[in-house]
Design a protein around this ligand. Structure first.
Ligand code: FES
Ligand SMILES: [Fe+2]
Length: 403
């Protein structure tokens, strides 16, 4: 199936939802203790389980452009070095020399081999130790025992995922499930990086993530930005991947309404401009794919429950260099930064301040927020806890309980 057929089906669903004055919904509202955002014990558990055991989406193939390119990743405390060898194959290593553990590379770039800055041992791009500097003085060693520490990695559909520990096993096809063919046709590897922005906001990493997972807030919080574009509080919701823990939300734009008067078969690829497509990939990725750009958000826990870090990388898709809605890609990047900064993360940091008072025991996710319900239940399963359906009739301000 071409992606245009995927878009047509989504639009049919969204128009039906708009006409019915509803949205894809959960069976009931779901009430969850706010301790999921404030409990230091849960944060430690999330780091020891979810963030240690799950693969991480690191970058796109275009971030490792061609043979001899390298890319470093330090977002989770494990220093990772990606290389693309002379056969075009991607490798992931601990960014550490096997002599005395010095860091090998910073940033990203191109190199023929990896020379350690400390005592100049040389490794090839496949991680093999090739040269011990001034070997005659060092003494004899079995070089094959000194290859770089290898980490699991896979490149597929233009994305590169890696595990932060040698024991992590995964496959991108399993992560994407039945959404894999759609990702394959997007050709994310053909994108070009535009710019990167980093937020360190005093809020829990899941509170920050929550802002990406519903359209209920669009016409309220974003009334002066997205409010003029989006229909709001309407979304086609789908889950994918293991246990259905990933999700896709398609949010209709006002411009979609004009398609009611046009036969379905005349809807061409341009209909991708009539909605916004947001993907959550467990545990911490939000990926916004549009005809022109791809917005890649990676969210990480901080040292305390009320601290987090988001890294936002903006990419322009092939053919999108002329820009978005008349703006150039840099202007689009700045617009996204402004909306997240002044609206979503502003609200999220204030929620955290209120939760820190200990006076708000529960958060409630409505029927119209099915993605949030699905995602938070997956997080609890991920740390080995059973989601508890808190009674909806209780007082919102009841004391927080652990779940
Ligand atoms: S630590 Fe790398 S050569 Fe010594
Ligand atoms: Fe938002």
């Amino acid at each position: 199936m071409e992606n245009v057929e995927v878009y047509r089906s989504l639009i049919e669903r969204m128009l039906a939802l708009v006409d019915a004055g509803t949205t894809d919904s959960a069976e009931a509202a779901y009430r969850q203790p706010t301790s999921v955002y404030t409990d230091p014990g849960l944060l430690a558990l999330e780091k020891e389980t979810i963030f240690r055991d799950e693969p991480q989406m690191i970058c796109f193939s275009s971030d490792l452009p061609g043979k001899g390119s390298y890319y470093t990743f330090d977002d989770l405390g494990t220093p990772v070095l990606l290389t693309r060898d002379n056969d075009g194959e991607v490798h992931a290593f601990l960014n550490a020399c096997t002599h005395r553990s010095a860091r090998l590379k910073e940033g990203c770039g191109k190199t023929a081999s990896l020379a350690c800055p400390y005592h100049n041992w040389g490794f090839d791009l496949k991680g093999k130790l090739r040269a011990v500097w001034q070997e005659q003085t060092f003494g004899s060693i079995e070089k094959s025992l000194y290859d770089l520490v290898r980490l699991p990695v896979e490149e597929k559909y233009g994305m590169i995922f890696a595990g932060m520990h040698p024991d992590v096993s995964f496959s991108i096809d399993e992560i994407l499930g039945d959404m894999a063919p759609v990702f394959e046709r997007w050709d994310l590897g053909g994108t070009a990086h535009v710019n990167t922005h980093e937020w360190k906001i005093k809020t829990n990493w899941k509170l920050a993530l929550d802002t990406f997972c519903e359209g209920y807030h669009f016409l309220a919080l974003h009334k002066h930005t997205l409010g003029g574009i989006s229909i709001g509080n309407t979304a086609a919701f789908d889950t994918f991947g293991p246990d259905g823990r990933n999700h896709r939300l398609a949010f209709p734009n006002e411009s979609m309404l004009k398609l009611r008067d046009k036969p379905r078969l005349e809807w061409g690829p341009e209909i991708f401009n009539d909605f916004q497509l947001v993907h959550f990939i467990y545990p911490n990725i939000s990926l916004l794919v549009s005809p022109v750009s791809v917005e890649f958000f990676k969210l990480y826990p901080g040292d305390a429950p009320g601290e987090h870090r988001t890294i936002f990388r903006s990419y322009v898709r092939k053919g999108g260099e002329k820009g978005w809605d008349g703006n150039d890609p840099q202007a689009h990047f700045e617009f996204i930064c402004k909306v997240v900064d002044e609206e979503d993360y502003w609200v999220s940091a204030n929620v955290m301040k209120n939760l820190n008072t200990g006076l708000l025991g529960y958060s409630t996710f409505g029927r119209n927020e099915p993605a949030l319900q699905n995602m938070h239940k997956a997080f609890l399963r991920g740390v080995g806890r059973t989601p508890v359906e808190a009674p909806l009739a209780g007082k919102a301000g009841a004391a927080a309980v652990s779940c």
